[in-house]
Design a protein around this ligand. Structure first.
Ligand SMILES: C[S@@+](CC[C@H](N)C(=O)[O-])C[C@H]1O[C@@H](n2cnc3c(N)ncnc32)[C@H](O)[C@@H]1O
Length: 236
């Protein structure tokens, strides 16, 4: 911690495009500049040719950093998330979306795990985090600090996050939400849901009842941080 995201050195930034010389294959693919891997087609194994090296990866970083962050302040409680990859991915997303702190409840892995950096890619060093053995107590402490406790979960109390964000569009500086996400199979602990001011869901339109937890996290924190403008009033 104490490190700024900009201090994290990017491992690879320049690429070259290669084209398979086997006419029946024709695979076009990028490879890191200077890497010997590009000499052979990863699909058919034939030799490849150089096409160009005119591009580097493009970042989506906000040009004016902190001041570009929009929306309400946001902390997130990840309670009993079992997958290291999911938690690493959520650290990376938390950094991008401007989540102020991740609270890691129960057995949720922490950045002390040596393999987390595989998916968090350095974000675990810049996003503040706190570990809590008891997620229910952690949720109560967030409420006591004055944060609005919201569960990201389905169920009879839940309302579409998109509707709720539009209704709370006028919220600005001074409002802070603590969003709670739960276990990949059993969801948010019902004793935490009981404490929540709201339960918000991401509408599911297909056969599945929920998203992967790190995907749900990404959608929700970006919507909460950057909001959605309410629809214009109907014409008279
Ligand atoms: C895979 S879900 C857990 C199982 C889910 N309660 C079910 O019955 O399918 C894991 C966590 O991801 C979040 N989540 C995933 N999809 C969601 C959705 N569509 N709406 C709200 N939360 C969701 C919730 O925080 C949930 O606790």
């Amino acid at each position: 911690m104490g490190l700024r995201a900009a201090d994290i050195v990017r491992a690879v930034s320049r690429f070259q495009t290669r084209l398979c010389t086997n006419a029946a294959c024709g695979l076009r693919f990028p490879v890191a500049a200077g890497s010997p891997l590009g000499a052979q087609c990863p699909h058919c194994g034939a030799a490849t040719g150089f096409v160009d090296d005119s591009y580097s990866t493009s970042e989506a970083r906000e040009p004016d950093g902190e001041s570009a962050r929009a929306g309400v302040a946001l902390e997130v409680l990840l309670d009993n998330i079992r997958s290291l990859r999911n938690v690493g991915s959520m650290f990376r997303t938390a950094d991008g979306a401007g989540v102020q702190r991740l609270h890691l409840g129960g057995f949720t892995p922490t950045p002390e795990h040596p393999r987390m950096a595989k998916t968090s890619l350095g974000a675990e060093r810049v996003v503040p985090w706190t570990a809590h053995r008891d997620g229910v107590a952690a949720a109560a402490a967030l409420r006591e600090r004055g944060l609005r406790l919201w569960a990201l979960e389905g169920g009879p109390r839940s309302r579409s996050l998109f509707d709720v964000v539009q209704e709370t569009w006028s919220w600005g500086q001074g409002e802070a939400i603590a969003l709670v996400l739960g276990h990949e199979v059993s969801g948010v602990d019902p004793r935490i849901v009981d404490q929540c001011e709201r339960v918000v869901r991401l509408p599911m339109h297909g056969v599945k009842g929920s998203l992967n937890v790190s995907v749900a996290f990404a959608v929700a924190v970006y919507v909460l941080r950057h909001g959605l403008a309410p629809p214009p009033p109907p014409r008279a």
